[in-house]
Ligand binder design. Structure first.
Ligand SMILES: Cc1cc2nc3c(=O)[nH]c(=O)nc-3n(C[C@H](O)[C@H](O)[C@H](O)COP(=O)(O)O)c2cc1C
Length: 193
């Protein structure tokens, strides 16, 4: 029997997803998992927009048009590949972090970390429910008009990209992960510096 820890150990991003999108019931669980993210000060800085159905085509047209008008336009091949990818994606969750200028006790960095943790919960919950998901900061993520067009005013929100989520187009192959010991050391007392 798969143990809960096995889901965490086997999570892998899957960019190539297709319909069906998560059911409303599963989407509710996925988004509710984000509410369990660690959150200093209880600021709940995470914000999400659900984009699905015909809105996906509008998302594609809007984001690609902005990118093509930018200093770093896509090549025709990259534009075609991006359009082909999004034409199959059945659901997008756009993510932003709310900047509450009235609260100076908790830094912007910490709010961003809490929002990133919320996204991690979303990716893990999607995986546990059998969906594929992929976090992207591509296309027009760093163009202010894009986040404004999604309803995240650039003065009040840091836009953190979008999650494509749906049914994996193919079995997700197990990924070789690094051994944690490469990144971990025991510490027992201050170093001489
Ligand atoms: C904040 C963030 C933004 C990302 N943006 C992109 C992106 O725009 N394009 C991309 O190919 N991968 C992007 N990635 C990486 C993928 O989402 C994914 O993590 C990566 O392909 C490794 O797969 P894994 O999650 O299975 O380890 C991003 C990851 C993070 C954390």
């Amino acid at each position: 029997m798969t143990q809960p820890i096995d889901f965490l150990l086997s999570r892998s991003s899957m960019k190539l997803v297709t319909a069906p999108a998560p059911s409303d019931e599963d989407l509710a669980k996925i988004l509710q998992s984000a509410m369990a993210a660690p959150d200093h000060g209880g600021l709940q800085p995470w914000r999400f927009k659900i984009i699905r159905g015909q809105a996906i085509q509008k998302f594609a047209d809007f984001s690609i048009a902005l990118r093509q008008g930018s200093d770093t336009p896509f090549t025709p091949q990259k534009e075609a590949a991006t359009r082909a990818w999004l034409s199959e994606v059945p659901m997008i969750i756009a993510v932003a972090c709310h900047i509450d200028y009235g609260n100076t006790a908790i830094s912007e960095t910490e709010r961003m970390l809490a929002t990133g943790a919320a996204v991690t919960n979303i990716l893990n919950a999607a995986h546990m429910l059998g969906y594929g998901a992929f976090w992207s900061t591509g296309i027009a993520t760093y163009i202010d008009e894009f986040q404004c067009g999604l309803g995240f005013d650039a003065l009040d929100y840091r836009f953190l990209g979008f999650i494509a989520i749906g049914t994996p187009k193919m079995p997700i192959p197990p990924k070789k992960r690094p051994d944690y010991t490469q990144f971990t050391e025991e510490w027992s007392e201050p170093l001489d510096v």
